[in-house]
Design a protein around this ligand. Sequence first.
Ligand code: ADP
Length: 588
Amino acid sequence: ERAERHLAAQYAVTRVLAEAHGQADGIPRTLQAVCETLGWDAGLFWTPQGGELHVDAAWARPEVPAAEFQAASRAVTFERGAGLPGRVWAGGRPAWIRDVTRDAGFSRAREAAAAGLHAGFGFPVAVGEECLGVMEFFQRPVAEPDDALLETMSALGTDIGQFLKWAHAEERLRDRDERQRFLIGVGERLAASAPDYAGTVQSLAALAVPALGDWCSVYLREADGEVRRLTTTHADPGKAGLAEALSRYGHQPDGVVTQVIASGEPVLVPDITPEMLERSATDAEHARLLRELGAHSGMVVPLGARGRMLGAIVLVSGATRHYGDEDLRVAMEFAHRAALGVDNARLYAQAQEANRVKAEFLATMSHELRTPLNAMIGYTDLLEAGIPEPIAGKPLEYVRRVGVSARHLAQLIDEILTFSRVEAGRETVAVREVELEALLAEVRAMVEPLALEKGLPVEVHLPPHPVRFHTDPAKARQILINLLGNAIKFTDQGRVELRACLRGGDVVLSVCDTGIGITPENLERIFDPFWQVAQGTTREAEGTGLGLSVARRLAQLLGGSLVVRSTPESGSTFDLCLPLSGPSGASI
Ligand code: ADP
């Protein structure tokens, strides 16, 4: 009968192990299966961790009041040779106690007595020489050692050991998969974050916790060469205040962060001692923050990209894990990807700055050019008007040509000035009520001479009823003159039209030409600043390439839009759409 019970136990445990997903569900169910098949009341599983045995899992029959006993077991750890589990661990052999409540070497005797537990035994869970843990079982009756039972359990210990080895390998694989997936996601997540420096650093910190640690600090070398702590982030939102307070502290100039940035080599501290924490703090408050944030294990890894050392990231584990070589490897890989993201943000900021400087330079230059040009235009006007004395023939013709060229130059300069004002967000809008017919007549008068020179008629089509609307007339005029100027410039025969119609709450002003048209691949690019379609040697360099980009931005400033349709070789139509009520419903 006893042999049958042992067989049943073996069978039950084998089944549990075969069905378990891992250590977390396999071990408690093994404790239960042994108790239920062999008539024992409570079981514990101890695993070695940092040189001592800790309780990993516990099970007891519901009718046994074992909570206190289990809690006492969880609260103690045993070195090799100490207590029942320690003796089993050291000897590699099972051990039996007939009554734990009367055993001087059994430290949990009082709690066992409270639970009514008396007999106890332990056996190693081992594969060959490698001990993976110790199992303990207890029952209510006092009992003499049962060698047959211990023999059966020793055999089971090997089965459970095999299972644990498999479960650990499986867990490692899962961890590796997860880490791999995490690392692959880093670049993608950083690229999706805000392109600026601060945004990138924040998302980098948010990625690092809790994946790599409980909290982290990011240090970067800034433009002035100084290394600064940019953020400290804690995985626990309840500790955000502490992290925030810590981020106000700098770092020790002779500390580990400086060392890592200088050498490019990471530093791993598996166990952070209280003395180390004290030493790395600059004052008592700093030390208190570090203690409260919790620091048991830490890594400092360099942030290096494209041959430059950008900074370092400090990763800290509060209590849950002790970092090892594998953690360091993952952290290095993470830092490498993160550093690329940070460097991209830096390059982006530099490019933005370069654009700003270019616009500013152009604006200053243009401003300087405008003054002498105004003088030239003024004096040619005087000469043409016969002041101080009348001129005629060739001299008059030459003066006229100087005047036309000067005006053309002035127009280009104005375009650059408008562009830089719009770019800098300094362009203001002066809205008033405008009569459509008058506006179009004015525009026509300004462009007609140019068109007639090329033999092109300018046709204006108005809606049947007078239209009044709200806009900034100077800007509307500037856009239309620009569009008509282009239409004339790129049309050799046919005509140029300016059509107005009402659509919904908008007035749509269309400039159509029968010119060379624009190929589909260039349709959107023509709105980019400084961009021109290559026109062949004769036409190149006419204009600044700013006209349409300025026109579209002004249209948006007026609350409207500018779009184009075109058929190469047969003509283009630009639709300027403006709200009748003015930009964002503004009135006079
Ligand atoms: P630019 O001042 O050099 O003309 P724009 O920004 O006004 O610069 O125009 C950009 C480019 O778009 C022009 O160089 C030209 O190639 C093309 N483009 C603009 N308007 C027309 C049009 N009506 N027909 C054909 N091409 C045009």
